[in-house]
Write a protein that binds this ligand. Structure first.
Ligand SMILES: Cc1cc2nc3c(=O)[nH]c(=O)nc-3n(C[C@H](O)[C@H](O)[C@H](O)COP(=O)(O)O)c2cc1C
Length: 351
């Protein structure tokens, strides 16, 4: 149906350096291949990430289901969770074969499930283990192996914690780090609370970049405006946004114009009601193809319910999609009807 990475195993190349300037974060149950398809309609050049997959799932699971994705998703990073160097190396090598441009290790997720598997944020306390994973993975792939981490965990939250962690892992050959600029509390806070309660400490990430100018440092956490993105880029090499990109995807319609304007085929800024309608119509055709493959329409519409935000008719758009997605069979008609809520209401409110 689509040209997939799996059908093009020879095309794996590294992420071109400029693309690291702006990335859409890995988010479990959100940044799936369908959301990435939508994101690519809004930004040609931002670096996209998969949801985290465990090394075991990649090795033993249904690879086509887990790893297959549209070739247009590139540049695309496969995020892995795990702490066994041999398994991580094998999973990385499968990811490279599958056509991913980079492999990222999750050292930031604080959930209990992840801790019991001894990976995610608890590995902040085990820099040597992460370093061994990096080394084994780099030995098995030619694409970059990168790390996404926190500032620290629990009471280990001085600046030195993150710098020591990064120094150890960098010694094993990791050259790119994405730092979620807050620590994680492993005991007592839910993953959701761990994304809001520990305070953001951007200066720690800036200081890390000053201490290690040789490394590529991307900052992440609570960044929600393009002015903020530009301000951070004065201090670090890249910015990653998660929730803002998912819960207000139209935000991505300014990524290329703001960050990648010199790259070929960069999109002009677009965020008008009509321009977003074109994206929605394209996505409707995409959805229809997947519905014919047996995917539930509501699993696809969920990514566009927030396409319109704070414009007249946005609530009706959202409601129309949410209420009808479980019974509708024609994605194109569903989206066209929902669009009337925003297009009609907006033109009314304009006149
Ligand atoms: C629903 C959800 C799922 C997430 N899943 C992952 C994940 O799989 N791997 C990861 O490294 N971070 C994950 N994160 C954390 C984000 O990548 C990001 O670090 C965090 O949301 C802070 O960035 P933001 O403030 O721009 O959202 C998740 C975040 C959310 C909201």
């Amino acid at each position: 149906m689509f040209q997939s990475l799996a059908d093009n195993v020879d095309i794996a190349t590294s992420v071109p350096e400029l693309h690291r300037r702006f990335a859409v974060a890995p988010m479990m149950e959100l940044s799936d291949r369908h959301f990435r398809y939508l994101a690519r309609r809004l930004t040609r050049h931002s670096l996209l990430y998969t949801e985290m997959l465990t090394s075991k799932a990649v090795i033993h699971g249904d690879r086509r289901y887990l790893l297959d994705t549209d070739i247009a998703d590139q540049p695309l990073v496969l995020q892995l969770g795990g702490s066994d160097p041999i398994e991580m190396a094998e999973a990385a090598s499968i990811g490279q074969e599958w056509g991913y441009n980079e492999i990222n290790i999750n050292v930031g997720c604080p959930s209990d499930r992840v801790q019991s598997g001894r990976f995610g944020a608890c590995l902040m306390a085990e820099p040597d283990t992460v370093a061994q994973c990096v080394k084994a993975m780099r030995d098995s792939v030619s694409i970059p192996v990168t790390v996404k981490c926190r500032l620290g965990i629990d009471r280990d939250d001085s600046y030195e914690v993150v710098e020591d962690f990064v120094n150890t892992v960098a010694d094993a050959g990791c050259e790119q780090f994405i730092v979620h600029a807050r620590k994680a509390w492993l005991d007592g806070l839910s993953p959701r609370e761990n994304r809001t309660i520990p305070p953001l400490r951007y200066p720690y990430v800036y200081r890390l970049k000053e201490a290690r100018p040789d490394l590529h440092i991307t900052i992440n956490g609570g960044i929600e405006t393009w002015d903020a993105v530009k301000a951070h880029l004065q201090h670090v090499d890249g910015v990653m946004c998660g929730r803002k990109a998912y819960y207000q995807p139209a935000f991505l319609g300014r990524a290329d114009a703001t960050v990648f304007s010199e790259l070929p085929n960069a999109f002009d800024e677009f965020n008008t009601v009509e321009q977003l309608a074109e994206v929605a119509r394209d996505y409707a055709l995409y959805m229809q193809q997947w519905v014919e493959e047996g995917v539930r329409l509501s699993a696809l519409t969920r990514h566009i319910v927030a396409l319109y935000h704070k414009v007249p008719g946005a609530r009706l758009w959202r409601r129309h999609l949410s209420e009808n997605a479980s019974t509708a069979t024609d994605a194109v008609a569903l989206v066209e009807d929902a669009l009337q809520c925003v297009l009609v209401t907006s033109s009314r409110s304009v006149s």
